[in-house]
Design a protein around this ligand. Structure first.
Ligand SMILES: Cc1ncc(C[n+]2csc(CCOP(=O)(O)OP(=O)(O)O)c2C)c(N)n1
Ligand SMILES: [Mg+2]
Length: 557
């Protein structure tokens, strides 16, 4: 079948099962958009800023488990994707970013809207390609999707000069990607699995530390089996929220800088730490030399580069989390019910619950609890970055994987709203909330048009403290309240902003109105709703392990 490069791009996408893409057109991607004009099988969501396209593709990927696809033109279109690509890279999210490029004859000549996007994105993509020859196009698409979704997932960029989009090709899609240098290892080494099973059986105070890898490998079920069979409590990272149900007694919630007291104590006291699909990020470990000082370490991860990167590992297992956990659950013999250890952990849970003081003002934690209460946890939460993000993670109970979508690694303000759009497009029957800060929401507020045009009933929950709250908190605690450039009292009226875009806007200033406003927003099904919750301005996220401290050295109030 003879096709143009642009038509071939669409065929490749369809062969990969893609039915939705997020993008923004421009000169060097015109042939692709022209081919798209008569394409029925692919839905294109027109965003209002390319960063929105990248985050929406990322949110779509996290919510559905499929590869997210975003498209932009060359130069500024491509560079606008960069933050979104870096966000996906840091959190190992499968994504393919397609960019138009100036014609091959103009490459390297500082042509109009030329940017070396493959050069720029080398450190933030799993791999990238510049297609100079049309004959390579089908193979490159096949490889790009294969690389994005296999092994440790990640973003792949394909840059396609305009003349290549116009060239002709006798189209045939390869059956398989053959990349000799890329063979991710799925099976864990059997000896290592036996060693881990023995260590678990011999331990007195074991703890599972589960990260985002459990979710990307769809291993929540296997993780739960291991925890329940071996009577091991589970703490998750920010990225791992939802990998183990918070409603289970054995759940200790999140560990780390804003971890629960009981999770952090358990880390410091355990004699065996079983790290699964996690990467010992500094926000998790605190002072690294003082992290889990009494524990032997097992580390299960598909990426060999993660083993021993930050912490010395006693029993590494390189392999796919799901595949390895299946084996491990089978091999492990349970000798001990860890009763004394579980009693201790439960006592910490009772003694140091997550808490906050109600004093008549609207506490942001209360808003999150009410969203949980109204939805019974059956919702997808995305977040922006800052205090809003931490409260969302701490005060909502996540029951299933792929229900908490947040920028963990890069910490990208402006992520949550476009990610919510992507999640809602991917999961039209789910309730989707973006838990936002008043600072972050303004970073991609233009996507309100995208949500309105596509009738997406995303709920934007602004925990409005009129501050860059997390930065203010650090300035309060670490810089003697020298509040430097964090006051946002000059914020626009966000209700009016929402209404101007054609969305619904609700303002809540009294605690009694919190629940009814959430309920009200659930009735609005044909457009987004922004609720501007005027919350206590100087509320802090606690517990807080100040940077450089050990996990048991946390500030609690
Ligand atoms: C793009 C970007 N710029 C700056 C920061 C640094 N930063 C982290 S949290 C934060 C404050 C966020 O304010 P807001 O969205 O109002 O959330 P709050 O902490 O008040 O809930 C800032 C500026 C960031 N994470 N991302
Ligand atoms: Mg704020």
């Amino acid at each position: 079948m003879e096709l143009t490069g642009a038509q071939a791009m669409l065929e490749c996408l369809k062969k990969e099962g893609v039915h939705t893409i997020f993008g923004y057109p421009g000169g060097q991607i015109l042939p692709f958009y022209d081919a798209l004009y008569s394409e029925k099988a692919i839905r294109h969501i027109l965003v209002r800023h390319e960063q929105g396209a990248a985050h929406a593709a990322d949110g779509f990927a996290r919510a559905t488990g499929q590869v997210g696809v975003c498209v932009a033109t060359s130069g500024p279109g491509a560079t606008n994707l960069v933050t979104g690509i870096a966000t996906a890279y840091m959190d190992s999210i499968p994504m393919v970013a397609i960019t138009g490029q100036v014609a091959t004859s103009l490459l390297g000549r500082d042509s109009f809207q030329e940017a070396d996007i493959t050069g720029i994105t080398v450190p933030i993509t799993k791999h990238n390609y510049l297609i100079k020859n049309i004959d390579d196009l089908p193979r490159i698409f096949k490889e790009a999707f294969h690389i994005a979704r296999t092994g440790r997932p990640g973003p792949v960029l394909i840059d396609i000069p305009r003349d290549v989009q116009n060239a002709k090709i006798n189209f045939k899609y390869p059956e398989k990607a053959e990349i000799p240098s890329y063979k991710p290892k799925y099976e864990g080494h059997p000896k290592q699995i036996v060693a881990a099973a023995k260590a678990i059986a011999a331990s007195k105070r074991p703890l599972i530390y589960a990260g985002g890898g459990v979710i990307s490998s769809n291993a929540a079920k296997e993780l739960t089996e291991l925890a329940l069979k071996c009577k091991v409590p589970v703490t998750t990272t920010l990225m791992g929220r939802g990998a183990f149900p918070d409603t289970n007694d054995m759940s200790l919630g999140m560990l780390g800088m804003h971890g629960t007291v009981y999770a952090n104590y358990a880390v410091q006291e355990c004699d065996l730490l079983i790290a699964i699909g996690a990467r010992f990020d500094d926000r998790v470990t605190g002072h690294i030399a003082k992290f889990a000082p009494k524990a032997k370490h097992i580390h299960i991860d598909i990426d060999p580069a993660e083993i021993g990167k930050n912490v010395r590992i006693d029993i590494p297992i390189v392999g796919d989390v799901k595949t390895v956990l299946k084996e491990l659950v089978e091999k492990v013999a349970v000798k001990d019910d860890h009763a004394a250890w579980l009693d201790q952990v439960m006592e910490w849970k009772r003694k140091y619950p997550l808490s906050y003081k109600n004093n008549g003002t609207i506490k942001p934690q209360y808003v999150i609890e009410q969203i949980y209460d109204v939805t019974k946890g059956d919702a997808i939460l995305t977040t922006e970055v800052g205090q809003n993000q931490m409260w969302a993670s701490m005060f909502f109970k996540f029951i299933k994987p792929r229900t908490f979508i947040t920028s963990g690694g890069l910490g990208t303000m402006g992520y949550g709203f476009p990610a919510a759009i992507g999640a809602q497009v991917g999961c039209p029957d789910k309730l989707v909330f973006d838990i936002a800060g008043d600072g972050s929401i303004q970073m991609n507020i233009q996507e309100m048009t995208t949500a309105v045009n596509n009738k997406l009933p995303v709920k934007i929950i602004v925990l409005n403290n009129s501050y860059l709250g997390m930065v203010r908190q650090w300035q309060e605690i670490l810089y003697e309240k020298r509040y430097s450039s964090v006051d946002l009292e000059a914020n626009p009226d966000l209700v009016k902003v929402a209404e101007a875009y054609g969305a619904a806007g609700i303002r809540v200033t009294r605690i009694e109105e919190v629940r009814s406003a959430i309920e009200e927003s659930l009735k609005i099904k044909d457009r987004p709703t922004l609720i501007d919750f005027r919350v206590a301005r100087e509320e802090n996220v606690l517990p807080f392990v100040p940077p450089g401290q050990a996990l048991n050295e946390m500030l609690v109030d």
